[in-house]
Design a protein around this ligand. Structure first.
Ligand code: FAD
Length: 496
């Protein structure tokens, strides 16, 4: 191990995304006389701004990409180091960075996020979207595109197909409805007409998502090149409204044209040359005679030509740099297993955000989803647990892990998800109540033995606080029956 410098910090946090930055802020604030280092691959960090506690658990915030100096100016005990970690030695409590430095730690928190699961890593016409660079690359390629194929049915695919204009989008989903990761077929039916309608015009001015100075541009470029593999270094995952300051427009004048291919997956991807050479295969080209750079054969027998493919099929926890020589226990999804104090299986190593898998016994109303709300909550909880350890204090699992809650926007509708919003893990032991007004709102309540255990609220329903309360207090609602969703009953007064 050739070392250039060797400095030991009380706390080292790896990753400048929401989880890492929140953890660092918590530590720097709670223990101002202990030194904290944030080691991150990207040149910028993600900060949480405009934080709003909407109800007991529900929260809303913006995410801004900022220069790391913003944090260093705020906390005098914090040092930010811009270099990817290439090796971790948990026995000796040392971290080795790409630029040849070695840092010691007493307590470490890994917040290195996740990487998109790409259909293929070595094909230039398959794009994944994770960070600002990849989103800008996508935007650039889109300006020349007439048709793209989007694969996947999660949040990123949902946002993307809605935002892209001037380009035909073939959307390939393996389920029988869109947005399967977030809601059921009823909600999908409510949202689908938006794909055929014009998008409302933007009125808000664009936010600046990236702050760049000469020096930072240099650092970013240097690290982005990666080392020997030509791979780029991962930046932080994009935050909410990531597409707001990108014009996602293809080469054509027409507005949005999305067609969905349901219940199928990608069987094979060909370049135009491979397509010509594969005489033996029969392709049902679902398109005109136009020549495309790439062709996608689906399991439903159709083959579509397109300019490029967007692979939005989920993420894999970014654990790779930390595994060699250590014995972390990994969860089935590849994340670092953590307990209710965000502690991994390695001594003095914590983890938070997309890189970890919550392996404590969850509350019956919570589940992990790799979302920015949970990245913030986990980073914050990890920071508190690490500080409590140093102060020899005991700490309970934070209240935010009692109830799953998430506020987002899909197809320009506000979407609130609470608890077991999709009846996850309830088997057939549940009832649903629905209220549906086309183009306006979709309200679904999941009840189990008379108690509310989950809800999906789409549109301006104004029900989130009341429903959050009803789920948290597990009141028996049997006697209210369908009045629970009766629009003529002011439900807030009802339960006051
Ligand atoms: P990240 O934000 O990925 O941060 C990881 C950090 O680790 C980065 O700073 C990276 O540079 C650094 N790093 C990685 N490897 C190393 C290394 N070896 N050494 C040092 N540093 C390293 N969630 C929502 O809730 N709502 C949404 O609408 C939403 N939309 C999304 C849209 C897109 C396009 C994407 C990609 C994600 C979206 N998500 C959304 C998910 C959300 O962004 C993530 O769950 C969240 O940002 C995870 O935060 P994190 O801090 O764990 O990881």
């Amino acid at each position: 191990m050739a070392s250039k410098t060797r400095k030991t910090f009380k706390f080292v946090v790896i990753g400048g995304g929401i989880a890492g930055v929140t953890c660092v802020e918590q530590l720097s604030y709670s223990l101002p006389s202990d030194d904290v280092a944030l080691i991150t691959a990207g040149a910028h960090i993600k900060t949480v701004t405009n934080y709003k506690q909407v109800a007991k658990v529900l929260e809303e915030f913006d995410v801004e990409e900022q220069p790391a100096s913003v944090l260093e100016e705020k906390y005098s005990n914090l040092t930010v180091i811009h270099s990817p970690v290439k090796r971790l030695h948990t026995q000796s409590h040392l971290v080795e960075t790409e630029d040849g430095h070695i840092y010691g730690y007493e307590l470490l928190c890994i917040c290195s996020g996740a990487r998109p699961k790409l259909l293929s890593h070595d094909k230039p016409y398959i794009l994944g979207i994770r960070d600002t660079d990849s989103a800008q690359d996508f935007q650039k390629q889109l300006t020349k595109a007439k048709r793209i194929v989007v694969i996947g049915n999660g949040g990123i695919a949902l946002e993307l197909v809605y935002e892209v204009e001037g380009c035909q989008v073939i959307w390939v989903v393996k389920d029988d409805a869109i947005g399967n990761a977030f809601f059921d077929a009823g909600a999908a039916k409510f949202l689908t007409p938006s794909l055929g309608a014009d998008k409302p015009k933007r009125v808000a001015p664009c936010k600046r998502s990236r702050y760049t100075t000469e020096a930072q541009t240099f650092t970013a470029d240097r690290h982005r090149r990666g080392h020997d593999s030509g791979h780029t270094e991962p930046g932080s995952a994009l935050g909410p409204d990531w597409h707001r300051d990108l014009v996602l427009k293809g080469s054509e004048e027409a507005s949005r044209r999305v067609s969905v291919e349901y219940q199928c997956e990608v069987e094979k991807i060909f370049t135009s040359e491979e397509m010509l050479n594969s005489q033996s295969e029969t392709h049902t080209l679902d398109t005109d005679e136009e020549k495309w750079p790439v062709y996608v054969k689906l399991t439903n027998g159709k083959t579509f030509g397109c300019d490029f493919v967007v692979s939005a099929t989920g993420v894999t926890p970014n654990t790779e740099p930390f595994l060699h020589g250590n014995s972390f226990t990994l969860a089935e999804d590849g994340g670092l297993r953590v307990d209710d104090h965000m502690v991994t299986s390695e001594p003095d190593v914590y983890a938070a955000g997309d890189v970890c898998t919550a392996c404590w016994e969850h509350s019956s109303l919570w589940q992990q989803m790799r979302l920015w709300t949970q990245a913030r909550q986990m980073g914050w909880h990890a920071g508190r647990c690490m500080a409590a350890r140093v102060l020899s204090e005991t700490i309970e699992l934070d209240f935010c892990f009692e109830l799953f809650s998430h506020i987002t926007k899909f197809f320009n509708y506000k979407v609130v998800l609470l608890g077991k919003f999709n009846a996850q893990g309830l088997g057939s032991d549940y009832e649903l109540l629905l209220r549906y007004t086309k183009g306006q709102e979709y309200v679904k309540v999941v009840l189990q033995r008379g108690r509310m255990v989950g809800a999906v609220l789409i549109g301006e329903t104004d029900l989130e606080e009341t429903f959050e309360n009803l789920i948290l207090n597990q009141m028996d609602l049997t006697e209210y029956g369908e009045d629970l969703l009766n629009p003529d009953v002011d439900i807030e007064d009802y339960f006051d």
